[in-house]
Ligand binder design. Sequence first.
Ligand code: A3P
Length: 328
Amino acid sequence: MASMGGIQENEDEKLILSLPKEKPWAQPYDLYLFQNFWCPGIHIQAVNRFQKYFEAVKDSDVVVASFPKSGTIWIKALTFSIANHHRFPSLENHPLLTTNPHELVPFLEFSFGGNIQDQILHLSNMTEPRIFGTHTPFTSLPKSIKESNCKLVYICRDPFDNFVSAWNYFNKVKPMSLPALTMEEAFEKYCNGIMDYGPWWSHMLGYWNESIANPNKVLFLKYEDLKEDTNFHVKRIAEFLGCPFTQKEESSGVIQSIIKLCSFENMKDLEVNKSGKIGRGGIEKKDFFRKGEKGDWVNYFTPSMQEKLSAIVEEKLSGSGLSFKKCS
Ligand code: A3P
């Protein structure tokens, strides 16, 4: 492992100062164009270290990847429940009843913000299968993840709803001292790809292309499909992870219990998700739950916004094979 401490801190600082910078979505940090994605300034050091030092990947590891505001918390809860369905067959004492999904499935890049040795030790002590989250684009994942046999489950969301979710979220979690971001300002940024971990199109396409080239490595899911037929996708995830449900488990209702446990209605009402804060930024856990629906964009978009974003979706995703129902 390379030397750390003061020298490393200086190098991180020098790196940040050399990067193009943009204003964020009403947050107290700037966005920097790091490795072709808009990385929040407060995360660059951690992302950079995560790439360098996350070496001991296990074949049984699962990485849940997403663009922010695509249903990360939902897919974390589902993946955790599916991968552990032998360990926690009964939902009575299920960890999700007492622990927030972001705590059960920690973000890898954020785990490398503090003392690296401690964090690596903490990650190596996690019970297997270890399940991690990440917002890092595929191209910037550590080699160790790409080259090992660990699996990646990616969730993406129709950009229209992704934008609405993000605009509501960033304004909700912003510090009181900062002015709210108007919908027009946010939309302009979104259309230009400027949002934490954006551009959204390259984030989606990075995982999409890899899921086609390497379908045993990356499972690409859409929030809307998951909403439409959760049962089918829960089985698909289980098969992908190599822990399919037996006929007996299916008929005894294990899949249905998992779906219910992880449902928006259930999760948002759990005491553990209603109160308290999470992460370094101290985000209220309740702010991860808003409407949990598909198609809410119709309540926000003007015809000209619709026309503009449709054209961008068409242009950016053209020829990739990735499409969203109403835009195709
Ligand atoms: P909305 O703002 O449209 O309601 P992320 O977890 O990536 O931050 O995504 C947040 C979005 O997922 C929010 O969307 C939130 O309400 C929704 N969400 C949270 N839990 C969910 C669940 N269990 N099922 C479906 N959607 C969920």
